[in-house]
Design a protein around this ligand. Structure first.
Ligand SMILES: [Zn+2]
Length: 167
């Protein structure tokens, strides 16, 4: 059973590259960086476009729905804030509405709040917002939603031998 993170033990320090991301998160809006010149999108925020090296940047508001591209179950956390949550799932989530022309996906890592039972590569998720005490900051996490019929799902569990990996 997945517990909860003690966010009171984490002092978030936005930097110039991420402060707008965190400000939007407070309003429960999920932003990814976008290039004003070539249109590339990426995460985490960085000061120049990884594709064309432009410093001409903007933000793209993601719709907050994605698919788990990979995940890990953390059984023992060395971070005090995360100890009460263990075992917990960190999911790497791909955002289809942020897909790039060159095929490079936009992916965000975050907690999967439903725990290990719900985790799987290919599982559909939507953003869920976790708030630190006293409204200090808001963090995007993920919740599983209905995965489309027929979509391949791969789980790392006892069923592994009978599961099929997505193509
Ligand atoms: Zn660019």
């Amino acid at each position: 059973m997945q517990g909860t993170v003690d966010y009171s033990l984490i002092a978030l320090q936005p930097d110039p590259d991420s402060e707008e991301f965190w400000a939007a998160a407070r309003e429960q809006r999920l932003l990814v960086r976008a290039c004003s010149d070539c249109g590339q999108r990426w995460y985490p925020p960085a000061p120049l476009c990884p594709r064309c090296r432009s410093f001409n940047l903007e933000w793209h508001e993601a719709e907050g729905r994605g698919v788990i591209a990979s995940y890990v179950v953390v059984a023992h956390s060395v971070l005090p804030a995360f100890r009460p949550a263990a075992p917990y799932v960190v999911a790497l989530v791909e955002l289809p509405d942020c897909a790039n022309e060159d095929g490079e996906p936009v992916r965000l890592a975050g907690l999967l709040l439903d725990g290990e039972e719900a985790a799987g590569v290919g599982v559909a998720v939507e953003v869920a917002w976790e708030e630190a005490p006293d409204g200090a900051y808001t963090v995007p996490a993920w919740r599983a939603v209905a995965t489309p019929e027929g979509a391949p799902v791969w789980r790392l569990d006892a069923e592994l031998e009978r599961s099929e990996a997505p193509a």
